[in-house]
Design a protein around this ligand. Structure first.
Ligand SMILES: Cc1ncc(COP(=O)(O)O)c(C=O)c1O
Length: 372
């Protein structure tokens, strides 16, 4: 008898059940409060209009949602402008799913996908590898984390299907400037698609940030991914979308199951698009808090990288796992990046002032104690 063949890239023990909730951590450590600064969430949350729209949509939950997400795609186009039409958009149940759909559409056994670590590698690999694809790395420059378009172009082979371009990049918070992206797009072979993961794009305040929509409008091989989890403050809803030339967007959307967007998400997404003032308020607030955190890092003489996002990568002399554990003991949760070959670097999400202050107080205490 033939035995059931398992996919070697799927590891059952990586199920997320083992990740403890903030409540469990709080209970276990006798903390009054736990500050969640690990997931780059927006502490201001969604627009009140979103909550209202969800309430109204909840009245008819016994019925399936619209089969088409066209209303949401229209609302997204209104925000993006530039003459984009709903044909340029597909929606996903999160930015992550919007990325996953691209990989499912194009990657098969033996195909190659190029990443530039340190980047959002864990997530990209989690989708690409079970599909049988090979991950090829063209790393960022050490220390500065500058993108190296030449190295990426050199890594392209006949089997390359996708180039993941995370901009701004997680976990470094840095941007890939327009000149570098231009170089990549100019010399891109026709069999390769660039995936511009721009879920943090709202937070960028640099004239060097590329206008990636121009490549979509020029019918280049590119898919841009946005999310409602970050500046829109709706991470719990799981809503995102991709932007590409219509032929590509339609092809990717063809993978969606029927009724793929639930009723609450459809209503919430439209309401969120219609309240751009809320998005601007969130971005202004988080930029202000990010500046405050950087001032504190300067005061404590802690090295950090200039960030174009709602998180900051910083480094101390203490191994990141140890610092992370000590911060946890103080009820402050964040992400150490040892898996990214950055043994002393930690990523902190920009929170509201109370959380940021609690983090800085704890960091100062820990570093002062360690220096004695
Ligand atoms: C670079 C990057 N891409 C995509 C995502 C996925 O966002 P979501 O699935 O919440 O829309 C995240 C989430 O943190 C991210 O950091």
């Amino acid at each position: 008898m033939t035995k059931l063949r398992l996919n070697p890239h799927i590891e059952p023990f990586t199920r997320a059940d083992s990740r403890r909730s903030p409540e469990e951590i709080r209970a276990g450590q006798g903390q009054d409060k736990v500050y969640e600064l690990a997931n780059n969430e927006n502490p201001l949350g969604p627009s009140p209009r979103v909550i209202e729209a969800i309430g109204a949509a909840a009245q008819s939950l016994s019925y399936y949602p619209d089969f088409s997400d066209i209303e949401l795609r229209r609302a997204i186009c209104k925000v993006l402008g530039r003459g984009l039409s709903p044909e340029h958009i597909y929606t996903g149940c999160s930015g992550f799913e919007s990325l996953e759909l691209i990989m499912r559409a194009f990657l098969g056994p033996g195909d190659e996908v190029i990443l530039s670590p340190p980047t959002f590698s864990g997530a990209y690999r989690k989708v690409a590898e079970p599909l049988g694809a090979r991950v090829i790395e063209a790393p960022l420059a050490p220390e500065t984390f500058h993108y190296r378009p030449g190295a990426v172009l050199e890594a392209i082979s006949d089997r390359t299907k996708l180039i993941m371009l995370c901009n701004p990049n997680n976990p470094t918070g840095t941007i890939i400037p327009a000149a570098a992206m231009d170089e990549l797009m100019r010399d891109l072979p026709e069999h390769v698609i660039v995936v511009a993961d721009e879920v943090y794009h709202h937070f960028v305040d640099s004239p060097d940030y590329p206008d990636s929509l121009q490549y979509v409008l020029a019918e280049k091989n590119i898919v841009i991914v946005h999310s409602f989890s970050k500046a829109y403050g709706m991470a719990g809803l799981r809503l995102g979308y991709g932007i590409a030339k219509p032929r590509l967007a339609n092809y990717i959307a063809g993978l969606q199951r029927g009724f793929h967007q639930n009723k609450l998400a459809l209503a919430a997404g439209v309401a969120a698009c219609e309240d751009q003032a809320h998005v601007r308020r969130c971005v202004d607030f988080l930029r202000g808090e990010a500046r405050w955190l950087c001032d504190q890092f300067d005061r404590l003489d802690v090295k950090y990288w200039q960030s174009s996002t709602n998180f900051i990568l910083f480094e101390t002399a203490m191994p990141a796992d140890e610092l992370n554990q000590r911060l946890r003991e103080r009820g402050i949760l964040m992400r150490a990046l040892t898996a990214n070959n950055l043994p002393n670097a930690i990523r902190v999400s920009v929170g509201a002032r109370e959380a940021n202050q609690a983090f800085i107080n704890a960091l100062e205490d820990i570093l002062t104690a360690a220096s004695h």
